[in-house]
Ligand binder design. Structure first.
Ligand SMILES: Cc1cc2nc3c(=O)[nH]c(=O)nc-3n(C[C@H](O)[C@H](O)[C@H](O)COP(=O)(O)O)c2cc1C
Length: 178
């Protein structure tokens, strides 16, 4: 039995759902999983010795990652590097097959180039368009991104682009890293 930490940052709750699905899959495969937000993990502390594998996830927000997330991976770089690990990012551009590859996802490339923590294993997951739950400004900004990438711009659109079976496969794959 493996003990797994899934630690994530989420603004709107979608990355949190993905993290929970990963945790549920890990448990369904006969292992133990803790699923924690980066702020909780930082403030409450992580018993790193407990874990055989760490899976880290964050959404892309305006082409980058939040300061809480970057703070977490910077502060705990050594602990993350000491364990088998994987990093997944969540973005709506990953709804197209090429941008769902680490090579084709410029936000993953940016992370690999600029983050103080360079994960050894990475995965790009398509996220959710949720205009009705976004502010007026966020909606306008994301409509612009969508226009450039030929995505939906209708402000009533709610589309979950995540392939949930692939999320489960990813969780099972991660278990092979430990
Ligand atoms: C404020 C904001 C900015 C975003 N910026 C981008 C972006 O630059 N590129 C992209 O592909 N997706 C972008 N997205 C889409 C998110 O990555 C996607 O909605 C994701 O599922 C959000 O996850 P969360 O609910 O865990 O925060 C953005 C979403 C929001 C709300």
């Amino acid at each position: 039995m493996k003990s797994v930490l899934v630690v994530y940052q989420s603004r709107g709750g979608h990355t949190a759902r993905i993290a929970r699905r990963i945790g549920e899959t890990v448990v369904a495969e006969g292992n133990q999983a803790d699923v924690m937000d980066v702020i909780e993990a930082d403030r409450e502390g992580v018993d790193w010795d407990k874990y055989d594998l760490v899976i880290v996830g964050a959404p892309v927000l305006y082409g980058t990652y939040t300061k809480h997330f970057m703070h977490f991976v910077t502060k705990y770089k050594a602990q993350l590097d000491a364990k088998p690990h994987s990093f997944f990012n969540v973005s709506v551009v990953a709804r197209t097959p090429f941008k769902a590859t680490p090579e084709g996802n410029r936000y993953m490339q940016k992370f690999l180039q600029k983050s103080p923590w360079t994960p050894r294993d990475v995965k790009c997951i398509a996220g959710k368009v949720d205009y009705p739950n976004w502010s007026w400004l966020d909606t306008k900004m994301i409509q612009m991104i969508m226009k450039m990438t030929k995505g939906p711009t209708d402000p009533t659109t709610v589309i979950d682009y995540t392939d949930w079976e692939d999320v489960k496969s990813y969780a099972r794959y991660c278990l092979t890293l430990a």
